[in-house]
Design a protein around this ligand. Structure first.
Ligand SMILES: C[S@@+](CC[C@H](N)C(=O)[O-])C[C@H]1O[C@@H](n2cnc3c(N)ncnc32)[C@H](O)[C@@H]1O
Length: 196
């Protein structure tokens, strides 16, 4: 799933997603003291907008220029950045909140991309990582996209890779208020905090 894949997906419609912030973001971040936030795979920007509107200084990163052009039409105070995080390192220990919703990170034997993502969280900062529950997807041979969610890191695998300086605050499976692509697929929510 390279830039072309994602640009094609976004180009396929004038608006791909709802324009509303994700439920897990609102639930988990409401009440936190705002600081520097990284929205990884920001797409059309709804989560980044919500964070900025709630006092966070936001860097929003996506591989898709089409998505970023759409997102950057609002909230000029957000630092919009096009990058493929599998090849472009992000600044280490810089963000009080790193939020990744439905962000696909393919398994790697050295976990390099995932470790790079974890490294962006500042001391005392929070990682919020949310995926669709993979048990609710049809098997690869039965879906139209040749897509297998088990090719990508799931929250439980991330928990297994967190070192001693991390505390898992939330590891949950829950409903979303809005169905994903017409289906009520549950969210898997991981919120973890790095020691200060
Ligand atoms: C399923 S969408 C989710 C978008 C948004 N977070 C949301 O919840 O609506 C995944 C996003 O990750 C971006 N993405 C995928 N691989 C990426 C990579 N290697 N580096 C940066 N962004 C990537 C895609 O362009 C896409 O916008």
């Amino acid at each position: 799933m390279d830039q072309q894949f994602w640009d094609d997906m976004y180009s396929g419609s004038a608006q791909r997603f709802s324009g509303l912030p994700n439920d897990a973001l609102v639930t988990e971040v409401t009440g936190m003291t705002p600081g520097q936030a990284l929205d990884l795979g920001c797409g059309e920007g709804a989560d980044a907008y919500w964070l900025a509107e709630h006092g966070w200084r936001v860097t929003a990163v996506d591989i898709s220029q089409v998505a970023l052009d759409r997102a950057a039409a609002g909230h000029p105070e957000i630092a919009w950045q096009r990058a493929d995080i599998t090849v472009t390192p992000l600044p280490a220990r810089s963000f009080d909140l790193v939020s990744a919703h439905y962000f696909p990170i393919a398994h790697e034997s050295d976990h390099a991309t995932l470790r790079g993502l974890l490294e962006t969280v500042a001391p005392g900062g929070t990682l919020l990582f949310v995926t669709h529950d993979p048990t609710e997807f049809p098997p690869r041979e039965e879906n139209s996209h040749d897509f297998d969610p088990y090719d990508f890191y799931q929250p439980s695998e991330i928990v297994a890779l967190l070192g001693d300086e991390w505390t898992v605050e939330v590891e949950d499976r829950r409903d979303r208020n809005r169905p994903a692509a017409g289906h009520q697929i549950k969210d898997l929510v991981l919120r973890a905090r790095r020691a200060g």
